[in-house]
Write a protein that binds this ligand. Structure first.
Ligand code: ADP
Length: 454
């Protein structure tokens, strides 16, 4: 069943349930009212009979005539009996005794009684007269009341069915109206395929659940589109980066094989092949780093890592490089508790991320000293790496993290544009943020912020 129909059905069920209860209460109220009204009329009849038969000797003639007239207009299938002290039917004897001694005695004892006999309602009253104690019994069939009740029942049934149909119709209308944004979403989603991932859903007023759903779906599309585009450019760029040095190596070897060359030529050729091979090797290493990052992404290894320990190890690593590289460590405000310098991360991956930034800092500054500052502000661990290099053009600060992207001013330096992409992925894996402040020809600062877990 569609949600629309289900909603309308529940709505109808609830409304008709309420209506049914109200109608039942009303019907019962009518029933009780008709019954007690008929007893009142029976009581009236009993009193008229008493006055007519028992008090006739004390009444003036005109009252007696009026009473006789009243007595004539009998109730449907009416039976009236007046019993004397010996329980014998007196005055009216058309169908003999009619009620048993038990019943007559009970009325006499209780002074009055009401009860039903099949479809008949009966009332009995004890009447004290100057001629003695009498019991007057009146019984009749409330045909009019029953007819009225059955008319009321029929009217209620018709109202019930009609109103129910209306409830269902209105419920469906409301449900359709309430769910119409979902219908629109469905038709919009149907039109989105792999070839037009740039399309977005209409987020509407941005306040209700459907807008939130559309917003989340749009975010998902954004991610999908990004990773789709990234994948496409990545494969194209990776093959280009690998093929260029290989084509150059093959070309140089083919040319040199055309004829005999002197030793100096071969030395130069080998040096050129070595440069291309180094470039190839650097690209393959970066791709391997990337592959490992991806692998760790899925496995997401995390262990407590003391960030200051890692920094000292990194400094020692760069000091051991040839030519010698100076990485100055500047320790700022740190918490007294060393536990607050711990983050949950994989040491090897984090070292790749820091070394990519530090390696660039040396590379783009012709090995001028680089400073790494560590400080803690409000449980945030801030690592800033500052160089005195060529700087990054302001227009590139956003795009610099895209794979294979290289700024114009840095293209004369060796590189392949994968390092920062890998670095950003690793930092994000451990819920860190990375940002850049740079001035062309003055230097660059990369700032990484992690939230301490303790
Ligand atoms: P690669 O260094 O191999 O080119 P990266 O992904 O590490 O690749 O860096 C991408 C680009 O970002 C570099 O080519 C360079 O243009 C720019 N860049 C990164 N770090 C610096 C820096 N410290 N100073 C100047 N430019 C930088």
């Amino acid at each position: 069943m569609k949600i629309k129909d289900r909603l309308a059905f529940y709505y109808t069920l609830l409304s008709s349930g309420t209506l049914l209860i109200i109608m039942t209460v009303m019907y019962l109220a009518f029933y009780v009212f008709f019954r007690s009204d008929f007893y009142d009329r029976l009581n009236d009849r009993a009193k008229v009979a008493a006055q007519l038969y028992l008090d006739a000797d004390e009444l003036p003639t005109d009252s007696l005539t009026r009473l006789r007239e009243r007595m004539i207009s009998a109730l449907p299938e009416e039976v009236i009996r007046i019993y004397n002290a010996k329980n014998m039917a007196s005055f009216i004897r058309d169908k003999q005794q009619y009620w048993s001694d038990d019943i007559i005695d009970r009325v006499r004892q209780d002074k009055s009684a009401t009860f039903t006999e099949g479809s008949y309602q009966t009332i009995g009253i004890n009447y004290r007269d100057n001629q003695g104690d009498f019991v007057i019994m009146v019984s009749a069939h409330d045909k009019q009341g029953q007819r009225r009740l059955s008319v009321i029942l029929r009217i209620m049934l018709i109202i019930f069915l009609g109103v129910n149909g209306m409830f269902f119709f209105i419920g469906r209308l409301f449900a359709k109206q309430a769910l119409s944004p979902i219908d629109q979403l469905i038709s919009q989603i149907k039109s989105i395929t792999a070839s037009n991932l740039h399309l977005r859903l209409d987020e509407g007023n941005g306040k209700d659940e459907i807008s939130t759903l559309a917003g989340n779906f749009n975010q998902l599309l954004e991610h999908l589109q990004n990773s789709f585009e990234l994948q496409q450019t990545f494969i194209a760029n990776a093959s280009h980066e690998l093929r260029t040095p290989l084509t150059s190596i093959i070309g140089e070897i083919e040319v040199s094989l055309n004829r005999e060359r002197d030793p100096a030529y071969y030395t130069q050729l080998l040096a050129s092949i070595l440069a291309d091979s180094n470039r190839l090797s650097a690209t393959v290493t970066s791709l391997m780093d990337l592959a490992q990052t991806d692998l760790n992404y899925t496995q997401a290894r995390r262990e407590p890592l003391q960030i200051d320990d890692l920094i000292w190890e990194i400094q020692a690593y760069w000091a051991s490089q040839k030519p010698h590289k100076v990485l100055n460590i500047d320790i700022g405000e740190l918490p007294a508790d060393p536990q607050q310098l711990v983050i949950m991360a994989d040491k090897h991956l984090l070292a790749i991320a820091f070394n990519n930034i530090i390696g660039n800092a040396f590379k783009f500054s012709e090995n001028k000293p680089v400073t790494l500052r560590l400080e803690s502000v409000d449980k945030n661990l801030i690592i800033s790496i500052t160089d005195q290099g060529i700087g990054i053009p302001a227009s590139d600060l956003e795009t610099i993290f895209k794979p294979f992207y290289r700024s114009i001013n840095g293209r004369s330096f060796q590189g392949n544009g994968i390092g920062l992409y890998v670095t950003q992925k690793i930092i994000q894996l451990y819920n860190g943020t990375i940002s850049i402040v740079s001035r062309e020809n003055f230097g660059t600062t990369f700032q990484i912020i992690f939230r301490s877990v303790f």
